[in-house]
Design a protein around this ligand. Structure first.
Ligand code: NAD
Length: 587
């Protein structure tokens, strides 16, 4: 008869695996052996002495353990978007906007390892649709608190890293459930703090839920020992263990999805984290931190540290106890972080791992045999959705000479009809850009564009209450022009004529970035060519170049677009883990 004792496991492991068939039980116990490093570890409980966890197992923990034992994975499905054309959903969203609005101006403390701090040095976050409205007021961290946050995360790492993987997975799934339940509330915060239109906000929140579910499933796959070849007379294993303290630095443009993705990936893998949200969107970060606590994450596992990148960013990155940095943002900040992290500090006993996902200058190629209306729609949505403030946004349309004039005409006609206004009004296709300084920078680029090409759209008037910019299309742009080369991060599209498809591909690759790209063509030969030679991390055919879906389109770019970490894909969690080989002599 099978017993767990021989495997060095506590007796309760027999209970934990008792529902498994005898054939699967041995695998289950082997898996438990690796996932429960200490007999004191407890599933679904509050911590403490050895217990009989079998009957107390949370249902989803039980499924997780069974999946891990049998090598099956929970099926992943993308979260469905709410359909705002349905009157009930519209009404629910209006109610949610009103509720969130009633919370405007609230002050948020700092919390580090369960202690609260009010520094009095305040960051005021405003509504970009109406900059007089204060969305939230946040106490900013001092350098001392930044150090404390890393040290507190390091102190809790020993506990968190030994918390069973099944429990960490459960907490991440619980977080997904809470965000799903409060979806419209998160939507509303995104509308008000990030200037997202309803549907863009909904896409951001759905992606955040997807990241939680996807990485929870992935951890089911990676928590048990991984298959390695077996030498005679040995039991050979490969197990993944967490790294240590991670610093998570997200951008403001997907203030929920990217912050959540990087955070839960780190946590589910067993790392503790210090999250430094963007100074443009701290309230959304604070709301997510509330969801983590509500889900049951211990305070020690994560800290949300509000503060400017310049003031506390370097401290977090340079701290000798920081083990890894998970960054998404601009090229210049990413390169700086990479450089700072590479320098060894006194007391540091590892090489820091840096995952840096950075900017883009994404191109869509339109071939002469493309369905022109579909190409216009694809370029339009990619260039002007969320005001062009996506790393994946199309900022270069490269169009075959034979269809160039017709393409520009059709696209310009469509862009002239764009309604720009407050993000909370669903009648507007484009909301504001994120800040006054972003607005000024974008307008400067448009002025440059006037000199570098032919401004065919761009002079429309926009409301003055917020940070609004009219969509701009600059045609006849040379590939050496600044607006062809530099990331603008606003609703500005450069259109360039290509002699033929070969030339179009050359132009598309004429960039230091390599994030997303698309080709509209009906030629199988041309698509094959593009598949081989269009050097981007995310390539799309006959569709827009934005809107990557977790699971289907693992996301990350080449060259100056970053380390190609492929968020939302099967390689991603490995960036938060390190592999340990264990060989035991058995004879
Ligand atoms: P940013 O580089 O200005 O800021 C990103 C984050 O870094 C923010 O949280 C900021 O506070 C922080 N930061 C700034 N200085 C820092 C420092 N010295 N040390 C540590 N942290 C510091 O970028 P942004 O304006 O927030 O976001 C827009 C950029 O992000 C664009 O370039 C866009 O292409 C890129 N982006 C890339 C991806 C991707 O997956 N590749 C996704 C979204 C956005």
């Amino acid at each position: 008869m099978f017993t767990a004792t021989g495997m060095g496991l506590p007796d309760w492991s027999v209970n934990v695996t008792s529902w498994l068939s005898p054939r699967k039980r041995e695998a289950g116990v082997a898996m438990l052996n690796s996932c429960f490093p200490s007999p004191r570890a407890e599933i679904g409980g509050t911590g403490g002495a050895a217990q009989e966890p079998g009957p107390r197992l949370h249902t989803c923990t039980r499924t997780t353990i069974e999946n891990m034992a049998t090598g099956t994975q929970t099926e992943f499905r993308n979260e469905a978007y709410l359909d705002f054309s349905q009157p009930a959903n519209r009404q629910a969203m209006e109610n949610s906007l009103a509720k969130v609005r009633s919370e405007f101006g609230r002050a948020y403390d700092l919390r580090i390892g369960g202690d609260r701090f009010s520094t009095g040095d305040l960051l005021t976050s405003v509504n970009p649709s109406d900059s007089h409205e204060v969305v939230g007021v946040h106490h900013k961290a001092t350098p001392e608190l930044a150090n404390r946050a890393v040290e507190s995360a390091q102190a809790y790492f020993a506990t968190w890293s030994r918390t069973p993987a099944a429990e960490r997975i459960r907490l991440v799934r619980e977080t997904a459930r809470i965000v799903r339940e409060r979806k419209l509330e998160f939507d509303a915060w995104l509308v008000y703090e990030a200037g997202k239109t309803w549907i863009e906000a909904e896409a951001d929140v759905c992606e955040a839920i997807d990241f939680c579910e996807y990485y929870a499933n992935e951890m089911e796959r990676l928590a048990p020992p991984q298959p390695v070849s077996q030498l005679p007379g040995e039991r050979d294993e490969l197990i993944y263990i967490p790294l240590g303290v991670g610093v998570v630095i997200p951008p403001w443009n997907f203030p929920l999805a990217i912050l959540v993705g990087m955070t839960v990936a780190a946590l589910v893998a067993g790392n503790t984290v210090v999250i430094k949200p963007s100074s443009e969107t701290p309230t959304i970060g604070a709301k997510f931190a509330e969801a983590l606590l509500e889900a049951g994450f211990p305070e020690g596992a994560f800290t949300l540290l509000v503060g400017s990148g310049a003031a506390v960013g370097d401290i977090l990155v340079e701290h000798p106890q920081t083990r890894f940095i998970s960054f998404t943002g601009s090229r210049d900040v990413g390169l700086r972080i990479n450089e700072l992290a590479a320098r060894h500090r006194p007391g540091q006993i590892w090489i820091k791992r840096v995952v840096a996902e950075m900017g883009g200058k994404d191109a869509i190629v339109v071939d002469d045999d493309a369905d022109l209306d579909k190409a216009v729609d694809g370029v339009f949505a990619s260039a002007f959705g969320y005001q062009g403030q996506k790393c994946s946004a199309c900022s270069r349309a490269i169009v075959h000479a034979r269809v160039y004039d017709r393409f520009v005409e059709k696209l310009a006609a469509k862009a002239r009809n764009i309604k720009v206004g407050k993000a909370d009004d669903p009648a507007n296709y484009m909301g504001p850009v994120i800040s006054e300084s972003a607005r000024r920078t974008i307008l400067k680029h448009i002025e440059t564009g006037r000199r570098e090409g032919r401004l065919v759209v761009g002079d429309a008037s926009v409301p003055e209450s917020g940070f609004f910019v009219a969509p701009a299309i600059v045609a006849d742009v040379d590939s050496k022009a600044a607006i062809f080369q530099e990331e603008i991060f606003g609703p500005v599209l450069a259109v360039t004529k290509a002699r033929d498809f070969e030339h179009a591909l050359e132009l598309a690759n004429d960039s230091v970035y390599g994030l997303t790209g698309a080709v509209f063509s009906n030629s199988p030969d041309h698509l094959r060519e593009a598949r081989e030679r269009f050097h981007v991390g995310n390539l799309y055919f006959n569709r827009k170049c934005t809107g990557a879906m977790v699971g289907a389109h693992p996301f990350g770019g080449f060259n100056m677009s970053g380390t190609d970490s492929k968020a939302g894909g099967p390689d991603y969690l490995l960036l938060f883990l390190q592999a340990k080989s264990v060989a035991s002599k058995v004879q």
